[in-house]
Design a protein around this ligand. Structure first.
Ligand SMILES: CC(C)(COP(=O)(O)OP(=O)(O)OC[C@H]1O[C@@H](n2cnc3c(N)ncnc32)[C@H](O)[C@@H]1OP(=O)(O)O)[C@@H](O)C(=O)NCCC(=O)NCCS
Length: 190
């Protein structure tokens, strides 16, 4: 348990089975943290389950004293053929050329999701989850996508040294502009 002025919580790495068991809880945090509409959880569930089968998948959870989920972060080794990989390669190749796309996309860990319950944000749980998730990841880089605009997520990523890889990018089927951010691994020490 990590005791703080704002409560007690602990960090655990979840196996794929534990992740599946906590999927409704994890999706509930995702939907409230991202302020997505009702029905998003049902739509996302199959995708999250598929992600858990991918090579290099790993997941960190923050749990409170009652063993309830406060936050979750997961990702996996990105590969050619995956939807996100191909979208980013297309955008990066168009904007910066093949060598730059190769530099980022040859060996990376995709940070797919990171969410903390709104009432528990700002207590460094996001940073702790991210540091633990990436600790020992055997990839040259970490990459992520996040909606453009100011947010706690942006503050966290900048604080941890994430750089612009591709800005104002539109994924197919999503009208929102996204930023692709990345940095070499390992992270710098706090
Ligand atoms: C992004 C997210 C996961 C970050 O988690 P978090 O636990 O809130 O992150 P941290 O506490 O590490 O950092 C957030 C804030 O706390 C501050 N903070 C962290 N540790 C601190 C400390 N010891 N002292 C003072 N401030 C601190 C940070 O500077 C940051 O500042 P802000 O309050 O002005 O935003 C979380 O905010 C979230 O779930 N957001 C909604 C969902 C989302 O956007 N997910 C990412 C999609 S790409």
């Amino acid at each position: 348990m990590t005791a703080t002025s704002s409560g007690c919580f602990r960090y655990v790495q979840l196996s794929a089975d534990e992740f599946r068991a906590r999927l409704p809880e994890a999706l509930a945090i995702y939907v409230t943290a991202m302020r997505y509409p009702d029905g998003t959880a049902e739509q996302r569930a199959p995708m999250w389950l598929t992600h858990a089968l991918r090579a290099g998948w790993r997941c960190m959870a923050a749990l409170d004293a009652d063993d309830e989920l406060l936050g979750i972060a997961y990702g996996y080794k990105g590969r050619a053929g995956q939807w996100w990989h191909e979208q980013v390669r297309q955008g990066l190749t168009r904007r910066s050329g093949v060598p730059e796309a190769d530099r980022w996309l040859t060996d990376y860990f995709e940070l797919t999701e990171i969410h903390v319950r709104p009432e528990n944000q700002g207590k460094r749980i996001g940073e702790d989850l991210l540091r633990r998730l990436l600790d020992g990841v055997p990839s040259a880089n970490v990459l992520l996508s996040t909606p453009e605009g100011t947010s706690r997520a942006w503050k966290l990523y900048r604080r941890l040294g994430f750089l612009d890889v591709l800005r104002d990018y539109h994924f197919t089927g999503d009208p929102r502009p996204f930023a692709i951010l990345g940095r070499p691994l390992p992270l710098d020490a706090p």
